[in-house]
Ligand binder design. Structure first.
Ligand SMILES: Nc1ncnc2c1ncn2[C@@H]1O[C@H](COP(=O)(O)OP(=O)(O)OP(=O)(O)O)[C@@H](O)[C@H]1O
Ligand SMILES: [Mg+2]
Length: 313
């Protein structure tokens, strides 16, 4: 079972508009409501790859109940800690005339110290049953800055592989707890290490530096250029074939899901990497975030190419 952590969950509403015209009344052609938050994208993709998934985090109010029921209908088991504040909504207005979108993200209400403690107890109850853990995204106010580091410490104490995918201060604070795998993109690794690595050798050096800080698998995602992976003194670059992308938001979450499935199944890391590359590229081809067509995934899996990187220091 893969245990996912999404502390800042939301109901994501995708509005499909024939054409977005500011300062007018627009009729929405289609509405798609999905359980949102990066960890829930990971959850849906990992489930669709065939793994049992339990999702944890905070939910509240009627929106929280709605989120859990939608999640359960995808086969993900919801084990959320229920809080006082109503779960937020995030709206993505998609203009079908040019495939451009505008997002409105609600701030979300703070959680209390007692609610955080309750979450930790719930996490401790689920952790022994997990084969891999994935911690994603931002946290609501009220969550202490070291919470991710504490979760990672608990995973390590029980020998559970744990993936961390977050950004900014939260990433910097939590990386020192040595998660098994991190997957920053270029901006995230730049702000983590103080400088955006310029070329392939620089990127390899940055990833090896993370290995040196105790992170077994350091992954850098590069959008359409695929991703790099450093481990055990090696560094490889994986490239998907050229595809027609439709919606690349959440592709990083799909990549994390691929790695989580690979780690949960104890797969060879290079096979897990191929799976992560194929499922994230398949997810770029899908309009819905955290979704993919199994046929696209199967085709891409045959065509991803992994080779050695130019040396990094
Ligand atoms: N246009 C694309 N073509 C093929 N694969 C893509 C494309 N965009 C993304 N991917 C795949 O998805 C992976 C993750 O993408 P990206 O680097 O954009 O992640 P990210 O910035 O973390 O995204 P997010 O945080 O929105 O999930 C890439 O490493 C690649 O394998
Ligand atoms: Mg990302």
């Amino acid at each position: 079972m893969i245990l996912t952590v999404t502390l800042n969950a939301s109901i994501d509403k995708l509005y499909l508009l024939d054409r977005a015209v500011p300062e007018t009344v627009m009729r929405v052609r289609e509405v798609h409501n999905t359980p949102g938050g990066k960890g829930l994208n990971v959850s849906r993709v990992a489930r669709k790859l065939g793994e049992p998934v339990t999702a944890m985090g905070f939910t509240g109010g009627f929106n929280g109940q709605y989120l859990e029921s939608m999640l359960a209908s995808t086969g993900v088991i919801p084990r959320f800690t229920h809080v006082q504040a109503e779960t937020r909504s995030c709206i993505n207005c998609w203009d079908l005339s040019n495939d451009r979108s505008t997002e409105y993200l609600e701030p979300g209400a703070p959680v209390s110290p007692e609610e955080v403690e309750r979450f930790l107890r719930d996490f401790d109850a689920e952790l022994p049953g997990a084969d891999a853990v994935s911690i994603s995204g931002s946290v609501p106010s009220g969550v202490p800055a070291d919470l991710y580091a504490r979760l990672i410490g608990r995973c390590r104490a029980l020998n559970k592989p744990v993936i961390l995918d977050t950004s900014g201060r939260l990433l910097a604070e939590s990386v020192s707890a040595c998660p098994t795998l991190v997957k920053p993109n270029e901006d995230e690794i730049g702000s983590l290490l103080g400088d955006k690595p310029g070329d392939e050798a620089g990127r390899a050096a940055a990833l090896k530096h993370l290995n040196g800080r105790g992170i077994r698998y350091a992954v850098l995602s590069l959008g359409a250029d695929g991703a790099m992976l450093a481990f055990d003194g090696e560094c490889v670059h994986g490239r998907p074939p050229r595809i027609q992308p439709r919606n690349t938001v959440g592709c990083g979450d799909s990549m994390v899901a691929g790695f989580a499935v690979g780690l949960a199944r104890n797969m060879d890391i290079l096979d897990a990497f191929r799976m992560a590359l194929a499922v994230s590229a398949a997810s770029a081809m899908s309009l819905l975030t955290g979704d993919f067509e199994p046929g696209d995934y199967e085709n891409l899996l045959r065509d991803v190419h992994v080779s050695g990187c130019r040396a990094g220091a």
